[in-house]
Design a protein around this ligand. Structure first.
Ligand code: DGP
Length: 115
């Protein structure tokens, strides 16, 4: 989508610290990190939010993104300590970019529940 910030990161039109890339997913460092490791993991295909990820194609895309996120976590050394993978959907959750993204957070003890 031409006016989507994260589609533009996927296309290389906006710079980002890319951690890993595949045909289906991209992982890059969050601009405003909330943990020692804070990476955003997104599908390359535009899906606005998890509520839009239904159907066979959406489910396949999300499954691939989750598998990819697990690989990124391993490669960043997060398996031993653990990590959180979280997605915000809609305004009450504070979603600020309308392209499905999973926050991969780790490297410190994370409190629960989130605020
Ligand atoms: P959320 O609030 O869940 O929609 O998370 C959006 C995240 O995206 C937020 O943690 C900050 C991050 N972000 C916003 N704009 C940019 C950008 O241009 N580059 C990068 N790397 N991250 C961004």
């Amino acid at each position: 989508m031409a006016d989507c910030l994260f589609c533009r990161i996927v296309a290389g039109e906006i710079p980002a610290k890319i951690v890993k890339r595949s045909e289906d997913a991209v992982a890059f460092r969050d601009l405003d990190p909330r943990a020692p490791t804070h990476v955003l993991v997104i599908p390359t295909r535009h899906i606005a939010a998890v509520r839009d990820a239904g159907g066979e194609e959406g489910e396949r895309a999300v499954g691939r993104v989750l598998g990819f996120a697990a690989e990124v976590a391993t490669e960043l050394g997060l398996d031993a300590g653990g990590y959180r993978l979280v997605t915000n959907t809609g305004k009450d959750a504070g979603q600020s970019v309308d392209h499905l993204h999973f926050h991969l957070l780790g490297g410190r003890k994370l409190s629960w529940p989130p605020g």
